[in-house]
Every structure is written in C-alpha cells, then in structure tokens.
Write a protein that binds this ligand. Structure first.
Ligand code: SOE
Length: 387
C-alpha cells in the first residue's frame, strides 16, 4: 500500500495579474468575489492577485480589504496608479468619478475595468475611449449581464439567425427600492454624482444587452421620465433634493427598421431586480428574466402547429456557455457568477490579445443613447442618436 504523502501546494507558475480596486461598496464586493472565484473555478493563463483596495476612509478600506481578500488597502490613489506592479485598475466607484480615475489610470498605461455607465456624458466617454485606444491597453465596462449563461446562449441563437429578422425589442429593468419616500437619498439620487437615476443605472444595462444580443444600433429615441419623490432623508436629520428620475421610459427606432420599448424604474412596486428582455423575430422569439437567470424562454415558429409554444431552457448543461466550469447538469448559478464570467473572459482576452466586449466603444454607444433619450425629454419629441 502506498505510503501516505503530504505536500504543500506547489507554487503557482502562472504570471500574476495585480489588481487595484477603487471603491468597495456593492459593486466592489461583487468584483472582489469574481476575482477570487475566477481563480478557483476557471483555467486562467494569469494568476489574479487582488493586490490593493483603495477607499476614501483608511479604517473602512482596511476592513473591506480584509473581508474581500485584498493584500493591502490605502487612501492614496495616486500612489497606486504610479505603482508599476499594478496591472489592472478596477473602477468600482460612483459615476461622477469614473472619468477622472479611468483617465488617470490610462495615463499610467493600466488596463481598466470600469463600472457602468461608463461616464456622466458622451463627451467624457469619448475622451476615455480615445485615450484607451492611444495607450493600447485593454478596457472593459462592467455590463455583467451579457455573461449570464442564458444571455450568452440567446446571443448564440440570435447570431445563428434562428429567430430570423429581429423586428421588436421590449426591455424592462424594474426595481422598487425607492418606492417608499422614506428611503434615504444617496449618490444615486443626485444628478451631480450619478448623471441620471434609473435611466443611467438600469436603462444602461438594457441598451447594452440589446446591442449585444441583436447587433442592432439605435437610430432615434423618444423618452418620458418622472420623479415621484423630490426630497429624501439625508441621514443627518435633514433632507436632500432628488434631481434625477425615479422612472424613465423611452421608445426606440433602430437602423434597419426594428423598433423597441425600454423601461427603467426604481419605484416599480413589487419588482426587486426584474431585468427582462423579449426579442421578437420573423421566425421566433426569446425572453430572458434576471430573476430566473438560468432560464431562457424560446419560441420557434417552425415547430409543428400542435406543439408550438414558448419552451423554457435551463441553461446549465455542459453545452451551455460557462456551465461546464461550474457544476453538473442543472446545478444552477446566480447573479454573482455573471461577474466571474466577465473577469474570466477579460483576463483571457488580455492575455491572448483577442477582443473583449463590452469595451469603451460599447460604453460610448450606451452613453449616446442615454444622452439622446435625456435630450428628448427637453425637446418633447424624437432625437436622433449620434453615430
Ligand atoms: C442598483 O440599481 C443596481 O445595483 C445597479 O446599479 C446594478 O448595475 C444592477 O446590476 C443591480 O442594481
């Protein structure tokens, strides 16, 4: 019988990819989890090292670094960006700092992952995209829902032409965490910090998803918005003005003739994280709902008349995108895994020199639609989306 053997884990031969994460709130936690899980479940060409977490408060940043698995923490962003050992900068901060931090990181030749929406305006987004091209570094926008297995399968189905000509898109992203007027103000309710409310936060995801799934580009949009609660508690016994939308809907015409409806709300009572897209083609249709994110509903018109109907595909079999790296057939995954897949594909693309989407050009495209829809509010009619 073989003698028992004990050995320390062999040193990892892969070159490290040192990551600095700026910010450590909701998205920072999701990104940190993704770095850890990507190393543990996927065969990556680089060893991800969550090297430093940057925050505004030293004690809170240190506590977050410990909890999220970063080697160190600091409040000194400039020193981190100047550190030649840092390869990737992850911008997980409120929207108004995306441009400033990303531009500083790009000037230091860092690869950048930036949260959505990319910027406060198309002008800022264009500057970020131009500098990224000039610096020849790899950049991405954290539109994570592209990498839910069911969404990636939907893109594969649409890309094969199985649904025929895409004619209509109907997309909603509905939450209700601001339904109650007593829900406090935050950076997400202040135009100076976020640019827009549900629109930039949630319609941004829908715009990116529709572009990714269908390849359609927006021609013109016409929007309507409402702010139902215009003052919210500021947490210090006073109140803050709310100067962004609680809900924002818009109609869209796409180049080539397709049309679409988009709805983002943070006051859609009873809806918690209802990101739902339905695409109608000439030969079929599909529907995805984030609240049932492993499932894809599919209708194909060439089924026999007596068996036609939407069928539900559980997208967790080995043939489905990303599924084989997790668990056996049907063992479902969750919201956080979409961020893991984003990291895996980004690291592989960075190492192999292959394209990664969504990049900053995609971030610019989203910003152009967001801005045109906002302009349509002021104009009270249709606005062309800049090309
Ligand atoms: C809040 O609306 C939020 O956290 C968004 O900011 C995220 O992008 C979305 O994925 C979940 O909801």
């Amino acid at each position: 019988m073989a003698r028992p053997a004990t050995s320390d884990a062999a040193p990892d031969p892969r070159p490290a990819l040192q990551i600095a994460m700026i910010g450590h709130a909701f998205m920072g936690r999701a990104h940190a989890n993704a770095y850890r899980q990507a190393n543990h479940f996927f065969d990556l060409p680089r060893r991800l090292v969550p090297a430093v977490l940057v925050g505004r408060d030293a004690a809170r940043a240190a506590a977050a670094a410990r909890q999220l698995g970063f080697l160190r923490s600091t409040t000194d962003l400039d020193a981190v960006l100047a550190d030649p050992a840092i390869d990737v900068v992850d911008v997980a901060t409120p929207n108004d700092s995306h441009h400033r931090i990303t531009m500083a990181a790009l000037r230091r030749q860092k690869h950048v992952l930036c949260e959505k929406p990319l910027a406060l305006s198309t002008e800022q987004a264009l500057e970020m995209a131009a500098l990224a091209r000039k610096q020849r570094v790899r950049v991405a926008v954290w539109h994570n829902y592209r990498r839910a297995p069911a969404v990636a399968l939907a893109a594969r189905i649409l890309g094969r032409g199985d649904l025929g000509e895409v004619r209509q898109v109907r997309a909603v992203y509905l939450q209700d965490w601001l339904r109650d007027g007593a829900a406090p103000a935050s950076w997400r309710t202040s135009r100076r910090n976020c640019g827009s409310g549900a629109h930039g936060d949630l319609n941004a995801h829908l715009i990116d998803l529709v572009r990714a799934l269908t390849g359609l580009e927006f021609d013109a949009v016409c929007g309507v918005q409402q702010t139902f609660t215009r003052q919210r508690p500021d947490g210090q016994g006073g109140s803050s003005k709310v100067d962004v939308d609680d809900a924002f809907c818009f109609l869209a015409r796409f180049r080539g003739g397709a049309i679409g409806t988009f709805e983002a709300s943070r006051v859609a009572t009873g809806r918690k994280n209802h990101n739902c897209i339905e695409i109608s083609g000439s030969k079929g249709a599909l529907r995805w709902n984030l609240e049932r994110l492993n499932e894809l509903e599919l209708f194909t018109a060439d089924d026999g008349a007596d068996v036609q109907g939407f069928r539900t595909i559980l997208c967790m079999d080995p043939g489905h995108p990303y599924a084989a790296d997790w668990w056996p057939d049907g063992h479902t995954i969750g919201y956080e895994h979409t961020f893991v897949h984003h990291v895996v594909d980004f690291v592989r693309a960075l190492h192999d020199g292959t394209p990664f989407r969504p990049d900053f050009a995609d971030g610019v495209a989203v910003q152009k639609v967001l801005d045109a829809a906002l302009q349509s509010i002021g104009k009270g009619g249709w606005i062309k989306v800049g090309r």
